[in-house]
Design a protein around this ligand. Structure first.
Ligand code: CA
Length: 226
């Protein structure tokens, strides 16, 4: 699941990227309306989180440009609880509306509800993921293999959830670092490699079937291999 966050408040954008990343979403961020409009219309997203007050083009401008070609679900974010904003947003094709400040859990619930409704046609409810005998309960943040509970740290769980959601796709160290740690990740550090090694020791070492694979020079992929 890919989400585009269009938000000019960098701190909030980073917070959303990290929080959604920890819940297994791939997140791209645009910090102004022009970039947001470009990414929303050209990119392939399952959902767009769209701030109303943006430099360049405002949220309504981004929304109307997007609606000319796509029906990607849009959740609008604004600091102003104005009825006219809400009406304008919904009339222009926004799917839902959240007033700042909001609790992350509220945002996540709205995001999941919109994905369930499936404006883009390929959405599904995200409460658990399965690969072979590995199962992730995203609600309770619990991982099991062959019914054995895996004792993972919060970061290891986030890392595994991200790999699970994109199973079969190679994810680079940079992608993992941005999504699971921080977007200002120093690529010289080996934090991703260390975390992958620890995750692998718990996830794969005790079991015959290996699921987490290193792709030399590219990154990591989670998949079943015959
Ligand atoms: Ca703003």
């Amino acid at each position: 699941m890919r989400i585009l966050v269009v938000e000019d408040e960098r701190k909030l954008a980073r917070y959303l990227q990290q929080g959604l990343g920890e819940n297994g979403f791939m997140v791209d961020v645009a910090h102004d309306g022009i970039e947001g409009k470009h990414l929303a219309t050209e990119g392939d997203y399952d959902l767009v989180l769209l701030d109303v007050m943006l430099p360049g083009v405002d949220g309504f401008g981004v929304l109307s440009a997007l609606r000319k070609t796509k029906n990607t679900p849009v959740l609008m974010l604004t600091a102003r609880d104005k009825v006219e904003d809400r009406v304008l947003g919904l009339e222009n094709g926004a799917d839902d509306y959240l007033v700042k400040p909001f609790a992350f859990s509220e945002l996540l619930a709205r995001v999941q509800a919109l994905l369930r409704r499936g404006g883009s046609g390929n959405a599904q409810e995200i409460t658990s993921l399965r690969l072979g005998d590995l199962e992730l309960d995203l609600v309770r943040r619990k991982a099991t293999r062959a019914e054995d509970r895996l004792d993972l740290t919060a970061k290891e769980f986030s890392l595994l959830a991200l790999l699970m959601r994109r199973q079969g796709h190679i994810l680079s160290r940079t992608q993992l670092a941005e999504q699971v740690w921080d977007m200002n990740f120093d690529s010289d550090t080996n934090v991703v490699e260390v975390a992958v090694r620890r995750l692998r020791a718990k996830l794969d070492d005790p079991y015959a079937e290996k699921l987490l694979h290193t792709v030399r020079g590219m990154g990591y992929v989670l998949e079943r291999r015959p």
